[in-house]
Design a binder for this molecule. Structure first.
Ligand code: SAH
Length: 387
């Protein structure tokens, strides 16, 4: 019998509103096994679309199309072709970027990142797992990469009840590759780096921050120096701060690759360092804050708010007049409104007037879908201290 799922009214109206996720509690009855493509119906039997089914996951169903169509090999190929065509339009000034961004490119649970001649995949859905052969074949035919790596080691996979592994799916994939981002280059560690090897979603913000850099710059939560490398082109000195020795090693190597001799590397907890430096009355012309997601769930929001306020208050105090704060949050749950509110409170406590220079988001190769709020997660404000 054909696999299918009948949704309760709440789930059906959510799918009709354009949201592809159906939680276990919104399913009235279902027939199928993990990895099946199922017909998705409302209680009256009207077809809502076709979806990826996984009864082991809290998000039990991900609707991939609202049409009555088979999700076969040509379907995946067309999605990949469309994702590539969209990136071609963006005229990306880099050779590492996201080629396919899951739901926002019509394939729930699949991420494809490009690092020059290599592709790195992340898969968070049983249905995509089972169809990887088709996907890799299409990618190889369309892009002729040297190698394709599967990074199936995310926390999301555990939530989906999927096994974790990192393995080559095609060709050869070295431990790391050097890629270009605007006028700088960096080494991306494809097998072991954070995410798929780099923070590609910050690419456009890295470039933007570079335009504000001058004088003395502090890049806090630096990882491999994504912001610092660009800032070092214009600033006199840049100091990167991270708790991770591996991150600092990578940042040091990247500074070397770019011949940037004005970058210093400090291993420290950002909270301690910001407090000490502001208590000591230090001054900077630009401070970058790019912390990990402080709120991974709604429940963590109050604590996250306090943490964001603390680091932003300290950073504002550190700014010389005319200095720029580049402040980011990658927590979807911490909304742009909540972030503005927090920054306002921090500015008030610091007695500072801040002019908004830019409100930015994730790079455009990580598109948002209007009806899927979760696809909008990264926020980046550039604020100039007037007094
Ligand atoms: N700015 C980077 C990405 C930062 S990811 C880029 O654009 O490429 C967040 C970084 O924060 C990680 O490298 C992590 O090691 C570091 N980190 C997490 N908690 C920290 C803390 N309390 N103090 C300093 N660094 C921290």
């Amino acid at each position: 019998m054909e696999p299918r799922a009948v949704l309760k009214d709440k789930g059906a109206s959510r799918v009709r509103s354009g949201h592809p996720w159906v939680y276990r509690s919104d399913i009235a009855e279902a027939r199928g096994r993990a990895g099946d493509v199922v017909r998705v119906l409302d209680r009256r039997g009207t077809l809502l679309g076709m979806g990826f089914y996984n009864p082991r996951s809290e998000i039990t169903l991900r609707v991939a199309t609202r049409e009555d169509e088979p999700l076969d090999e040509p379907w995946f190929r067309v999605r990949i072709e469309e994702a590539i065509a969209y990136r071609d339009l963006l005229e990306i000034d880099a050779d590492a970027y996201r080629l396919l961004h899951a739901e926002a490119d019509g394939v729930p649970g699949l991420v494809v990142d490009r690092y020059g001649e290599h592709l790195v995949l992340q898969v968070g859905s049983a249905a995509v797992d089972e169809r990887l052969g088709w996907i890799v074949e299409a990618l190889v035919e369309l892009l002729s990469p040297h190698g394709v790596l599967l990074r199936a080691d995310s926390r999301a996979r555990k939530r989906e009840g999927l096994d974790t592994a990192v393995r080559v799916l095609y060709g050869e994939v070295p431990d790391s590759v050097v890629v270009r981002e605007g006028t700088v280059c960096y080494r991306a560690h494809l097998w072991s780096g954070q995410k798929t090897g780099g923070f590609l979603d910050q690419r456009e913000n890295h470039l933007a921050a570079g335009r504000y850099a001058r004088g003395r710059v502090l890049d806090v939560f630096s990882y491999a120096g994504g912001f610092a490398l660009h800032a070092a082109r214009r600033a006199e000195t840049v100091e990167v701060v991270d708790t991770s020795e591996l991150a600092l090693q990578a940042a040091r190597a990247n500074a070397g690759l770019n011949g940037s001799e004005n970058i210093a590397f400090t291993r420290s907890n950002a909270f301690d360092l910001l407090r000490e430096r502001s208590d000591a009355g230090e001054g900077y012309d630009m401070v970058v804050l790019d912390p990990p997601a402080f709120a991974r769930t709604k429940r963590e929001l109050p604590r996250a708010r306090r943490a964001y306020k603390e680091i932003n208050l300290r950073a504002i105090k550190l700014l010389n007049p005319g200095g720029a704060l580049v402040t980011c949050s990658c927590s979807h749950h911490f909304s742009r409104e909540a972030m503005e509110e927090t920054l306002r409170a921090a500015a008030a406590d610091a007695g500072a007037t801040l002019r908004v220079r830019e409100w930015r988001g994730q790079a455009w190769d990580h598109p948002e879908v209007l009806t899927i709020p979760e696809t909008r997660y990264l926020k980046c404000a550039v604020l100039e201290r007037l007094s």
